[in-house]
Design a protein around this ligand. Structure first.
Ligand code: ZN
Length: 301
């Protein structure tokens, strides 16, 4: 069997509660306390699997989860995983104004900083919701000292997508930010999602493996993602839309076994390592290019 172990992939986790990811319960923040919190045991299971294969991942943490489960965040950090942000209330970026988005980013940066003493460098938008309508999000992120982002899904589905975006790591026009799009495969003139979440649950593992091998043979690391609730086979909430029944619950029982195979088959590193690798391979910046001082560093305290 041909080895693709040499190419480094990135396994990312969007750290949120099951009810924060459902589009029907997500906007009703006032109802969140009524729902059973399950993020801790689900994440602990994921941490155990990652530990067994010595895989270091990048966790994009929802600010609300950081504030409610600080010890979980500390355990993730203690295991050597990278911590980035995933907004505070899990809102679609393209439904917010620029100021509202800036407020979410500030809140989520502060939540992590309170726990780690450091400002995060990486961001993923809830629902991969950065698209052609809200590329101002890159400027806002840069203002807050974010160096790399993974919020673009260069495909189209019912909820999100930015099909015209590049498929591989790039710098958005006019930005110093580096974007790591969620991985897709190119087939019959279209970009097909395969990068994790619903697609990993729904597709047989052999299809995911072939897709990652194909990317690795092109010298590209796959950017994969998962949510802790996708491993939680004991969570049952019946008041969901027919679409959510599929997008949120289908195939959960297959995920644990698939992760064991995935971590055996491929090599992974946190996104900050892929970022440094990308920076090293880049041509020297043009004269005058600079990274502005982050807003939070200026107004620290
Ligand atoms: Zn999310």
């Amino acid at each position: 069997m041909e080895s693709t172990k040499g190419t480094v992939n990135c396994f990312t986790v969007d750290l949120e509660e099951w009810f924060q990811g459902l589009t029907s319960t997500n906007p009703q923040v006032e109802r969140w306390p009524q729902f059973e919190s399950r993020v801790v045991p689900a994440t602990d299971l994921l941490l155990e699997i990652l530990r067994a294969y010595n895989v270091k991942a990048t966790f994009f943490v929802l600010g609300h989860v950081a504030d409610h489960h600080p010890q979980l965040i500390e355990r993730i950090g203690a295991d050597g995983h990278e911590l980035g942000i995933h907004g505070y209330y899990h809102r679609f970026v393209h439904r917010m104004t620029r100021d509202e988005f800036a407020h979410e980013i500030e809140q989520s940066c502060r939540a992590l900083e309170r726990l780690t003493g450091q400002l995060p460098r990486g961001h993923r938008a809830p629902y991969f919701s950065v698209n052609s309508e809200c590329t101002w999000a890159f400027d806002v992120l840069q203002d807050f000292g974010i160096r790399y982002d993974s919020s673009v899904f260069p495909t189209r589905n019912m909820l999100y997508g930015f099909p015209e975006a590049p498929r591989f790591v790039y710098r958005p026009a006019g930005s110093n930010l580096v974007e790591f799009p969620a991985s897709t495969v190119r087939l019959a003139g279209r970009n097909w999602p395969m990068a994790g979440g619903f697609y990993m649950r729904a597709l047989p593992y052999g299809v995911t493996r072939r897709a990652i091998r194909r990317l690795n043979k092109q010298g590209e690391g796959a950017i994969l993602y998962i949510h802790p609730w996708e491993l939680d086979t004991e969570q049952h909430y019946t008041d969901v839309t027919p679409r959510e029944r599929i997008t949120h619950y289908h195939g959960r029982h297959t995920v644990e076994a698939k992760l064991h195979k995935l971590f055996s088959d491929f090599t992974f590193a946190p996104m900050n390592e892929l970022y440094l690798q990308f920076r090293r391979a880049e041509p020297a910046p043009a004269t005058g290019a600079f990274m502005p001082e982050p807003v939070l560093a200026r107004v620290k305290g």
